[in-house]
Design a protein. Structure first.
Length: 351
């Protein structure tokens, strides 16, 4: 079990909170080979992927990699990006369906397979807390700060919003038991509950917050409490990774290239996201730029983000103690990204 990151119930500077953990990290020099015969650029393999809350920022690197050919140059065509429902629902799509790989929430991985018997985390994914911001209605004069909140909507159990709805109040010094947490079933459903007055705060889709600033007021911004937070990871099954290592490497390499492409040309990424989501380019560009500035996406591993996410899992009362050394497998990562694992783990990947 990872060391708690929030012993002081107050906002703290991110660097100070994570300095102790950073000293425990083992930076690995893991090597990764080419994609392999199961992912030949001359004859690409076609697959679908599943992405939690695909209308949100999680889809953006996948869209960029898909539309700009970053997956295809490594031998994989991603035909469809299948929206997940968040948390355990997306995990079941990965485990039960015909979709071999995707981006799923860290808490759902821990709950589904803490020992790493079935699953492998093969790439970074969404590792910063943006855009996990919780809003009240602008017209609600009773809710003006996090201390006023009594009914807090999160999406689904074992989702990133579930973990943050526990972690942020603790960091803000809210007494345990003061806030009633309500599972909405999804991001859109949370917005509906908020607009109906059934909850005090809910997480808004970032692009909605950008387009309707007059309707909502920000109550709790996750980046104010946490610098790093592992929302979701690139995950596949142990069996698929063993039988299709080239495809897995092609996905992590294409995703990593897409993150670099977003940094280099955020407008191009915003146009793809706007077309996919149905929102205007200006609002999409604000979302992309803010996410990129917060280092939201990363192809490699980030143990600090893992530690904060694990604390959120523990606050849920979960008794799952994940075997991170088995769950996280660096052998599929591109050579240029960080292969670091949580302290105590060593790199067993092939050179």
């Amino acid at each position: 079990m990872l060391t708690s990151l929030s012993s002081a119930p107050r906002r703290t500077h991110p660097g100070g909170r994570f300095a102790g953990l950073a000293a425990l990290l083992v930076v690995l020099s893991g090597c990764s080979g080419g994609p392999g015969p199961d992912a030949d650029p001359a004859a690409p393999v076609t697959i679908d992927v599943t992405v939690s809350a695909a209308a949100e920022i999680y889809s953006i690197p996948w869209l960029v990699a898909q539309k700009q050919g970053h997956f295809e140059k490594y031998g994989v065509i991603v035909e469809n990006i299948v929206p997940g429902k968040g948390g355990s629902a997306t995990m079941r799509t990965l485990l039960d369906g015909d979709i071999p790989i995707g981006e799923v929430s860290y808490p759902s991985i821990v709950q589904a397979d803490p020992t790493g018997a079935e699953l492998r985390v093969v790439g970074g994914g969404t590792q910063g807390p943006y855009p996990m911001n919780f809003y009240a209605l602008a017209s609600n004069t009773r809710i003006n700060a996090i201390q006023d909140v009594r009914r807090w909507a999160y999406t689904r159990p074992n989702s990133a919003t579930d973990a943050l709805s526990r972690l942020i109040p603790k960091l803000a010094g809210i007494p345990a038991g003061r806030i009633e947490r309500i599972s909405s079933g999804g991001i859109g459903e949370g917005l509906a509950l908020l607009e109906a007055g059934s909850v005090d705060v809910a997480m808004l889709p970032s692009i909605v917050a950008e387009q309707r600033p007059q309707d909502f007021k920000l109550i709790a911004s996750s980046p104010e409490y946490l610098d790093r937070f592992l929302q979701s990871t690139i995950t596949t099954t142990k069996d698929y990774a063993a039988t299709n290592p080239g495809v897995v490497r092609a996905i992590t390499a294409g995703y990593t290239d897409a993150v670099a492409s977003i940094d280099a040309d955020p407008l191009a990424a915003a146009r793809l996201y706007a077309e996919y989501s149905g929102f205007d380019v200006d609002a999409a560009l604000k979302v992309v730029e803010r996410a990129a500035a917060a280092r939201t996406w990363g192809g490699g591993f980030d143990p600090v983000s893992v530690a904060s996410a694990q604390e959120g899992v523990e606050l849920s009362g979960s008794d799952r103690d994940p075997d991170l050394c088995t769950l996280f497998d660096p052998q599929f990562l591109p050579a240029e990204v960080d292969h670091s694992l949580p302290g105590g783990c060593s790199d067993t990947s092939s050179s």
